[in-house]
Design a protein around this ligand. Structure first.
Ligand SMILES: Nc1nc2c(c(=O)[nH]1)N[C@H]1C(S)=C(S)[C@@H](COP(=O)(O)OP(=O)(O)OC[C@H]3O[C@@H](n4cnc5c(=O)[nH]c(N)nc54)[C@H](O)[C@@H]3O)O[C@H]1N2
Ligand SMILES: Nc1nc2c(c(=O)[nH]1)N[C@H]1C(S)=C(S)[C@@H](COP(=O)(O)OP(=O)(O)OC[C@H]3O[C@@H](n4cnc5c(=O)[nH]c(N)nc54)[C@H](O)[C@@H]3O)O[C@H]1N2
Ligand SMILES: [Mo]
Length: 763
């Protein structure tokens, strides 16, 4: 068992370390020269959209528009290594299960369709036609279309997502569990009710105009590196960047631009934040409530100077009820829950009140809690108070994860689809569109576990590892009659399979997609509702790989024949799919013509125009009480040693591990580590460097345990621990979900430590 090396990182974010890392991954792809050309095409007009995060692009042309982690994503996908029949003849599935997640994906791209052969416990080749026939026949054999689950991960293009939802709805189900259920679902739910649009209201340009940018629960240095640039520019021009994060994340403190020669040579760097607050996990709602208390106090002292009364009168409702809730919340509860002092909260409130134009950004530190919807609505309330919505340089910005997760929702990947979408499909295609709500991710797992769902199809992603309560999720998949994974690389979801199973190898964003001899573009939507085209650049590794739209069309054709559309005709030219999107989805009129525009086109956002598609036709102040206590009753608060958040390292893309280092947090060569405050380690009777088992607490009689994690004394507030996802997903109880969002509470898990019973598997 190798001890992890741990040495605090003192350099800035990005900089030389990033350049070194890019070079390593680039050479490791085994085709460096092709990939250099590919990297330079990233996010360029006529090139491909970065398969990394959903941050938007500067509209300027010719800039180099990729970051370290985008380069990792490109090199990971565009590798020359491929795995087909020889590889799968060498290893049984049982043997593959013994391998680490890192090893599995590192073997290379999947290059031919495979089916599971129970007799040999191996994946063996199958023709595409036979694979489609198996899917069509199995689905048709179900008692009801609702016995199948159709998962989507957020890399699927708009074209793929539209076809997929059309196939599933024509079949008769709304069972669309998707990665968004584990990600920004709470943002969609909260903003939908508050401002009538479940998306962010800002665009790229707004960042240059903001006087203050608040960043809650987000680690952009790792997960959205291109966001560091506007943050740094904001600080340089005197705007404040105000961060809320229990951890001191390096990218939020200092940033060195890898494309800025002078700064690199002089080893200079610029601060990215002007104030940094470190709340407790789950404490942001209390912090924002405290800020609101100050604003209210100041407004009462000098009426008309703090609130934007004209905006409030013309555009909002519910202010009085919310202010009553603000008044009713006492400081003791605010300080206790937020972990911040009154004077810190006052400072944050001043930074907010002093700025004419404020943008508020957030990510998983806000959305993966029980009270996430309430927290986001509290943020929205604070923003409405000063009219920080629908004016330049201001607005709400949930920073999305996967590069097209927002677009997939726009295309109808939604287990609770809006009526206008269903009406449009019914009008356009004339079939009885299913109206009953379908399953989200957690409901899908429960349905498979209970035997109510018998088929699982995954359009990308890694369902087995990304979801909570891993042993139960694995069992759920293994109970299925058929599991189908449409994937680029081997992962654990292929190994936790149903009685019958298929692996369907698909093209990725970087791959050239030829249909009927013509290269095809697909489209995506970024966090700023910009739609742009993406053209693959590299010849695929094998002729046996198919594009996602082609795979969906093949399945749909086998399942439904040419109803309600001629699927095979559609995929000869993706412009035909876009025409259907234009016919059905608001904002996409003239879709094909508008794609020619460099940088893409803006889908528009009603709330950004101060049009409120809410129940009352106004922007709504929504009043919630603070949770009585953050620890849910099922979590047996009195037995908990610590609260755990599960987060990403610098060397991973969700369940894909690029390496075992976490540069900015100073961890090298290991991922089975638990970040804990040094005083907590001592209080609990351990030593830094010691190994422990982590047991999570949930009152359902199931023991959830991961073994052999090394304790790292780390700068995190007392009581607040952190460890990497997905290694700690076995600890997240399936039933521990957000109110109204059903998102697993991956950032708040009550845990106990126990002396290690076994060393962790060496990754
Ligand atoms: N390179 C790379 N890029 C990615 C991804 C990746 O894995 N790798 N994943 C993509 C996806 S799908 C997503 S959703 C995004 C995720 O982007 P992030 O949301 O940045 O991802 P996490 O690593 O989950 O980080 C959560 C951050 O919130 C903080 N935090 C946790 N709990 C709380 C809390 O209660 N309050 C506050 N204020 N802070 C808290 C943590 O300390 C951490 O800094 O990134 C996307 N981009
Ligand atoms: N504990 C905990 N759990 C979490 C989170 C957390 O913070 N903590 N975060 C949650 C979040 S925010 C998210 S978004 C989910 C992510 O959940 P997913 O989206 O399901 O997971 P990924 O790891 O992104 O999926 C990786 C796999 O996608 C496949 N793939 C990659 N590119 C492509 C492509 O272009 N096409 C196709 N068809 N397949 C492709 C590859 O085979 C790869 O193995 O995880 C969630 N789970
Ligand atoms: Mo995500």
């Amino acid at each position: 068992m190798s001890q992890p090396r741990y040495q605090p990182y003192t350099g800035p974010a990005a900089g030389w370390g990033a350049l070194r890392a890019v070079t390593q991954h680039w050479l490791d792809s085994k085709q460096p020269f092709k990939n250099l050309r590919a990297m330079l095409k990233t996010n360029q007009h006529g090139g491909f959209d970065c398969p990394g995060c959903a941050w938007g692009d500067s509209p300027e042309q010719h800039l180099v528009k990729f970051c370290e982690n985008g380069a990792k994503a490109v090199n990971w996908e565009a590798t020359r290594r491929g795995i087909g029949r020889e590889f799968f003849a060498r290893y049984s599935v049982a043997q593959l299960r013994e391998q680490s997640d890192y090893w599995l994906e590192h073997q290379g791209r999947l290059i031919e369709p495979l089916r599971y052969d129970a007799a040999s416990d191996r994946y063996v080749p199958i023709s595409w036609e036979a694979a489609f026939a198996l899917i069509g026949n199995t689905l048709r054999g179900l008692d009801s279309p609702d016995q199948a689950e159709f998962y989507t991960s957020g890399r699927a293009s708009n074209e793929a997502a539209f076809l997929y939802q059309l196939m599933v709805r024509a079949f008769g189900s709304n069972n669309f569990p998707d990665c968004s259920n584990m990600c920004h679902e709470a943002s969609g739910v909260a903003l939908g009710e508050s401002i009538g649009v479940g998306k962010g209201t800002v665009t790229f340009d707004d960042f240059a105009k903001a006087d203050a940018i608040f960043v809650f629960g987000q680690n952009p240095g790792t997960n959205h590196p291109r966001m560091l640039e506007p943050l740094r520019e904001a600080v340089e021009r005197g705007a404040s960047v105000v961060c809320f994060n229990p951890l001191k994340e390096r990218g939020l403190e200092r940033f060195q631009h890898p494309q800025h020669a002078l700064e690199m040579l002089s080893n200079g760097s610029a601060p990215t934040s002007s104030a940094y607050f470190r709340p407790c996990l789950g404490g942001d709602m209390a912090a924002v409530r405290g800020m609101a208390k100050y604003l209210l106090q100041w407004e009462r002292a000098r009426p008309g100077t703090v609130f934007d009364q004209a905006f409030i009168d013309q555009h909002s409702d519910g202010l009085d009820a919310w202010l009553a809730a603000v008044d009713a919340t006492d400081w003791a509860q605010i300080e206790e829950q937020s972990g911040l002092s009154r004077s810190e909260i006052e400072q944050a409130a001043r930074l907010y009140a002093r700025a004419e134009r404020v943008i508020t950004c957030w990510a998983m530190g806000i959305t993966q809690h029980r009270h996430s919807v309430a927290t986001i609505q509290e943020i929205s309330n604070l923003m409405l108070l000063r009219g920080n919505l629908g004016k330049p340089g201001a607005g709400l910005c949930p920073v999305r994860g996967h590069s097209n997760v927002q677009g997939d929702r726009t295309m109808g990947i939604n287990e609770r689809p809006p009526a206008f979408l269903l009406d449009a499909l019914q009008r356009r295609f004339d079939f009885p569109v299913p109206r009953q709500p379908g399953h989200n991710t957690v409901e899908a797992i429960e349905a498979m576990l209970a035997g109510r769902s018998r088929v699982f199809i995954g359009l990308g992603g890694n369902f087995a590892q990304a979801t909570p309560d891993s042993p139960r999720t694995h069992a759920a998949l293994q109970q299925c009659e058929l599991t189908v994974q449409i994937s680029t690389k081997l992962n654990r979801s292929h190994l936790m399979h149903g009685r019958q199973a298929l692996i369907l190898p698909c093209l990725g964003r970087t791959d050239l997609d030829l249909q009927a001899g013509q290269s095809q573009a697909v489209t995506v939507e970024d966090s700023f509702s910009m739609i742009h085209a993406s053209y693959g650049q590299l010849s695929p590794l094998s002729r046996e790989m198919r594009s996602e739209p082609a795979i969906i069309a093949g399945m749909a054709n086998a399942l439904l024949g040419s109803q309600p559309v001629d699927w095979l005709w559609l995929i000869e030219d993706y412009a035909r799919i876009r025409q259907l999107i234009a016919d059905c989805i608001p904002g996409f009129a003239d879709f094909n013509a508008r794609l020619a525009q460099p940088g893409g086109f803006y889908l528009g956002n009603a709330a950004a125009r101060r049009q409120w598609h809410t129940a009352s036709g106004k922007a709504r102040f929504v009043a919630h009480a603070l949770p009585d206590q953050l620890m849910p009753p099922e979590a047996c608060a009195e037995q908990a040693d610590l609260v755990l958040q599960t987060l990403r390292s610098h060397d991973q893309y969700n369940t894909t591990l690029y390496g075992l280092d976490d540069r900015y947090r100073g961890v090298k060569g290991q991922r089975e580590v638990l970040f804990v405050n040094a005083q907590d380690i001592r209080r609990l009777g351990y030593e830094p460097g010691q190994q422990v088992d982590i047991v999570s607490l949930w009152d359902d009689g199931i023991e959830r345990r991961v073994r052999g994690f090394t304790l790292l004394a780390y700068d995190t507030p007392q009581g607040q621990a952190a460890a990497y996802y997905p290694e700690t997903n076995p600890l997240v109880p399936l039933a521990s979900v957000g109110d109204d969002s059903h998102t697993p509470t991956s950032k708040f898990i009550a845990i106990r430590l126990q002396p290690a019973t076994l060393s962790a598997r060496i990754a």
